[in-house]
Design a protein around this ligand. Sequence first.
Ligand SMILES: Cc1ncc(COP(=O)(O)O)c(C=O)c1O
Length: 340
Amino acid sequence: MINMTSTTFSQNNTNNVIERIGNTPLIELKSFSTSKLKVFAKLEWYNPFGSVKDRAAYWMIKNAEKKNILKKNKSIIIEPTSGNTGIALTGIATQLGYQVEIVIPEKVSTETKDILKKLGATLHETSDDLCPRVGAGTDQSIALAYAISKPRPDTYYMPNQYENDSNYLSHYESTGPEIWEQTSGKVTHFFTGCGTGGTITGTGTFLKEKNNDVKVIAIQAQKNHLLQGLRNFEESAKPELFIRRESVVDGWYTATNEKSFEMVKILAEKENMLVGPSSGSVMDSMIHYMQDNDEGVFVGIFADDGRKFQSLFNQQNIFSDVEYKEHLKNSKFLPPLAYT
Ligand SMILES: Cc1ncc(COP(=O)(O)O)c(C=O)c1O
């Protein structure tokens, strides 16, 4: 049932990087499982650029190449993103011969911005909230990305993860089939946080096609949140990509900052897993659903690890720098990063 991927990485070998996208490990969280209810985490930070977003980024680039939209050593890819999509797009696109510009809210963690610069992205910062608000005139990042790219369609390509069906397809064609195989078709509940809705609609649609009884649980963040990658859908309209297939969702859970950070701590202590904030949210939702389900196979998407969040964890009194370093040392699940 467990499928560990190899963890070494060479940035000089393009095919190697591309081949490493997907096939992430599914790990049982033994301190949460019971004899009849097994709880699993899909560790998406085993993707080469460290998050679930490698999948969407690669599919969007690959499909733009197929349509001859991108020209090697000429095209510039521009995208509004609060972090992981930017890292994934920059990592993959620069390997393939494209420049990347990222429009990013200034509140995003310094670690994330440093990684983007290191990978070669040009950053445009805006004073938006952490998650871009979708909808005309409400989001500076999206508006600025359009303002830069629209007048120069010969040079700029904006994949637009909020509308691009390749985002959905990446999960329909990779995340969903992997979970089905890794659980030998036994998955009963699928949990993921939602940003664009690509992960939930793609994975959820695939799993329901295999077994319509699989329950698909969507996690949103509380209002005014600190959970990078997630959104609150009252603060921010649902992206077009999500709306297209929203009917796949069976249940909603709203994660708070407090509970999510508490779970980050518990996962580090009980499972030796140093996770990012949104994995704490997913864990919290799985525990909530355990109250009404005493058997089954739960699978939650753990979208990224804790290495980009030392400063946030410190600010929020989750881990002191000393505790953080101790967890970093003890973590059993941290493959080498592609960008160090
Ligand atoms: C950090 C992070 N990025 C991205 C996602 C998924 O986003 P999307 O809905 O855009 O597929 C999640 C979901 O948990 C997340 O936690």
